[in-house]
Design a protein. Structure first.
Length: 449
């Protein structure tokens, strides 16, 4: 029986709006206007901006960073961002921020099942659940791993001053209304929201679930290709930025700001998503992971997983990333006399891995295994690799060209150990028997006589 006559017992599924329009290219100097004539020509800040708009610069890097790495955009909006009341503290919920000091750093291998279903009415911000991370958000170093689960679209607007957000949907599509325009991110795609960009998350399905990398450090960029040459990995033209779309809303709008680890809220008398035109390169993107151009061996041995890097946030040490985003996309395996799954190894980097769909070729799936929505953490120098079942199968298989087509996995790889939160260390969905997947790896050593 429905006790609330205003609320239907079986609410209809969210209507899926048409796909938004995009501007192709990563790091481009994009230009877009929702109303013709809204964008100034020949200058950034004329004495009177067109159409009675306000000119405002949003800087994602320091003014004096090298041109190749400088990120900034000029926004032409109905009201300037400065027109707001004071922010007040609000509840952080299950969202946490570095430095992480709840529990000591753990050298053990850890794996979690997917997050339990979110309660009704949970929006994206309420559904953020922190696994752990490293560094210090206030010093703009390090990263955090979050999960999200949501059952409701946001009525409010959110912005993160601590870092940029790399969103990896695993279940349910997202409609991201940003200051720059609208993005759709479905499972198999990622969305990148730069530091400070405000947005609202609306659900394209009844529920949504996925992963978030909060990068406190240098903005993500495409990795250098080195000996690979001019082409390969993630192609810049496959990243899509939104075209300008604005909200002209008068009335109370709640705005939540993440600042130095805490959530702050203020009630505006207008929507801050009121940008009518913009130009620049500090912009949000969406990218289809299936377009990743996988590079691999065509002779023997398994190349290092760095060949799967989609985006990288460099540190002050050349070649050492603050955080890399890596995808294990569909690909062919053809190596001769080669153990084809990822090899056993210990790594100076720390790895958090998630699964978007299917199975990962180094881990058994199924009940109690590595499943979509779950995640594993292998901290620095933590020995890991294929489980016993995978090792036995791969060691005995007949080597023919093999298509790995039924899985889409990813990894957040970071230079520092990932310290988990107390809620992650004590979660009911933590797999307490994860170490057992390597039990039974038998001794095969036979000394020559």
């Amino acid at each position: 029986m429905n006790d609330n006559p205003r609320k239907p017992t079986n609410p209809p599924k969210p209507h899926k709006p048409p796909n938004p329009t995009y501007l192709p290219g990563f790091g481009n100097e994009h230009t877009s206007e929702a109303v013709p004539g809204a964008l100034p020509q020949g200058r950034n800040a004329p004495q009177r901006a067109p159409l009675g708009l306000y000119a405002e610069q949003l800087s994602g890097t320091a003014f004096t960073e090298p041109r190749a790495h400088n990120r900034r955009s000029w926004l032409y909006r109905i009201r300037p961002s400065a027109a707001h009341p004071a922010f007040t503290r609000t509840d952080n919920g299950t969202l946490r921020t570095a430095p992480f000091t709840d529990v000591p750093p753990d050298p053990n291998r850890l794996r979690w099942n997917p997050l339990p279903a979110a309660p009704p009415g949970t929006d994206f911000v309420q559904g953020l659940w922190t696994v752990g991370g490293n560094g210090d958000a206030a010093r703009r170093t390090g990263m955090a791993v979050h999960l999200y689960h949501a059952t409701a679209s946001m009525d409010r607007v959110f912005g993160d001053a601590d870092g940029e957000l790399l969103i990896v949907p695993e279940h349910g599509g997202l409609r991201l209304r940003t200051e720059f325009g609208i993005l759709h991110a479905e499972p198999g795609e990622i969305a990148l929201l730069p530091r400070g960009v405000r947005f609202r998350v609306e659900l394209l399905d009844e529920t949504a679930r996925g992963y978030v990398c909060e990068n406190y450090g240098a903005p993500f960029r495409l990795p250098e290709l080195g000996p690979i040459g001019a082409n390969g990995l993630a192609n810049a033209r496959d990243f899509r930025a939104p075209t300008a779309a604005y909200e002209d809303v008068e009335g109370p709008v709640e705005v939540v700001n993440k600042f130095c680890g805490n959530l702050w809220r203020a009630t505006y008398d207008h929507s801050p998503l009121d940008v009518v035109a913009w130009h620049g390169n500090h912009v949000p993107y969406v990218y289809d992971l299936r377009r990743f151009n996988v590079i691999g061996s065509i002779s023997y041995d398994h190349p290092d997983p760095s060949i799967f890097t989609v985006l990288t946030s460099p540190s002050n040490t050349p070649g050492l990333a603050g955080v890399d985003f890596v995808v294990f996309a569909p690909r062919w395996l053809v190596g001769e006399d080669t153990f084809r799954p990822p090899y056993f190894h210990r790594n100076v980097m720390s790895e958090y891995m998630g699964l978007i769909e299917g199975a990962y070729d180094a881990k058994a799936a199924g009940q109690g295994g590595f499943v979509p929505g779950g995640g594993s953490l292998h901290n620095m120098m933590s020995a890991h690799g294929p489980d016993r079942e995978t090792f036995d199968r791969a060691s005995a298989s007949v080597l023919r060209p093999q298509k790995v087509a039924d899985g889409l996995a990813f990894m957040f790889e970071t230079r520092w150990p990932v310290t988990v939160t107390a809620q992650a260390a004590n979660a009911e969905h933590l797999q307490t028997a994860y170490d057992e997947v390597w039990q039974g790896l038998q001794r095969h050593f036979r000394p020559l006589r």
